[in-house]
Design a binder for this molecule. Structure first.
Ligand code: ATP
Ligand code: MG
Length: 327
């Protein structure tokens, strides 16, 4: 497997090296290709990402990505959007699962669900018309786009508890009727248990009864909101990993950004980056190794080895090293 490693900016440069060390500790046949992308590169060269970088990423099987700071340039095109588009990564995956010894602001500890968000269309289609007194954003829902995300959600459900919740607002938006129909048909033909819920009610249910959910599938904007909201169950920005999946490529990154406020202080929590490695291993089929990484993270946190965001006093490297020791 060929893995592109993009540390990016800010704390990306601190947490990604820890994740890479964890990967190295597993001694798997993985070739790493470092790629420089982001604000640092933009300051040096005027480009945050080049065509050559995109080619390099395309030539790898998957990407481990830290975070990039957005350059203060009105003409600037989002690096993440460019990569997502070029590599056609249509599914954004966020597992929401408790970690040992840590409680989020909701105080819940019984939850284990995954949000599967369509990542290429919906209200983030980029099709907009702006006039002085009115502005339009086109919400695109295609059968093809809905089908592939529904199939992904069902495939994932098969590996879990075989239960999909389709989240939509089809009572108000006809475009979501298509999304709902396609998801229902896909679940039906795949023999997956399913139900559907309106997005507004779902925001309440996910906070109040998170234990009821297994795989949650939804469109772009709704998924964006429900994913960030779900962080309330987790406990710190530094704990949540994510994946962007396409037909041919996959991209793994911590949910947090480059956090310039704490960059350089060696206190960033590396767990989100390390759990991104867990998702990468799972995606590739290294299931035993994935589970080993997850258990080692839990074992370490449970021993009280925590960075300041979790009330601890350990550094980024110390937490990373403790995970490696436990592996
Ligand atoms: P960006 O513009 O790159 O998104 P940001 O300032 O929005 O950067 P985020 O990473 O989105 O920063 O996170 C918001 C805040 O949460 C940070 O300012 C930081 O204090 C905290 N935070 C984020 N990630 C971590 C982490 N891994 N460990 C500790 N604290 C974190
Ligand atoms: Mg941010």
């Amino acid at each position: 497997m060929k893995l592109a490693v993009v540390e990016g900016d800010g704390i990306g440069k601190e947490v990604i090296p820890e994740a890479v060390k964890v990967l190295d500790a597993l001694s798997l046949p993985i070739e790493k290709v470092p790629v420089e992308i982001g604000y640092g590169k933009w300051k040096k060269t005027g480009y945050a990402i080049t065509d050559e970088d995109i080619e390099t990423l395309k030539n790898c099987d998957c990407i481990l990505f830290g975070a990039v700071t957005t350059p203060p340039d009105p003409e600037y095109k989002s690096v993440l959007l460019t990569i997502r588009k070029e590599l056609d990564m249509y599914a954004n995956i966020r597992p929401v699962k408790p970690l040992a010894g840590i409680t989020g602001v909701t105080g819940k500890s019984d939850f284990n669900y995954v949000i599967v968000r369509e990542n290429t269309e919906g209200l983030y289609s980029g099709i907009e018309e702006i006039h002085d007194d009115v502005a339009y954003t086109t919400r695109v829902v295609s059968r093809k786009g809905s089908k592939r995300i529904a199939e992904y959600a069902c495939k994932l459900a098969k590996m879990r508890n075989n239960n999909v919740t389709i989240v939509h607002k089809s009572n108000v938006m006809k475009s979501d009727k298509l999304f709902l129909d396609v998801c229902q048909q896909t679940a039906e033909s795949g023999d997956v248990n399913y139900s559907d819920t309106l997005v507004d009610a779902m925001a309440y249910y996910l906070i109040t009864y998170p234990e009821k959910y297994d795989v949650v599938v939804t469109t772009n904007l709704f998924g964006d909101i429900l994913s960030d909201m779900s962080a309330a169950h987790i406990g710190s920005m530094g704990l949540m990993p994510s994946a962007n999946i396409g037909e041919e490529h996959a991209f793994f990154e911590p949910v947090h950004g480059s956090a310039p406020d704490i960059a350089g202080e060696k206190i960033a929590n590396p767990v989100a980056a390390i759990l991104s490695i867990k998702m990468l291993l799972q995606w590739y089929g290294y299931n035993n190794e994935a589970s080993l990484v997850e258990r080692s993270v839990n074992y370490t946190l449970n021993k009280g080895i925590k960075t300041p965001d979790l009330g601890g006093e350990y550094t980024t490297e110390e937490l990373g090293q403790a995970v490696i020791d436990s592996i």
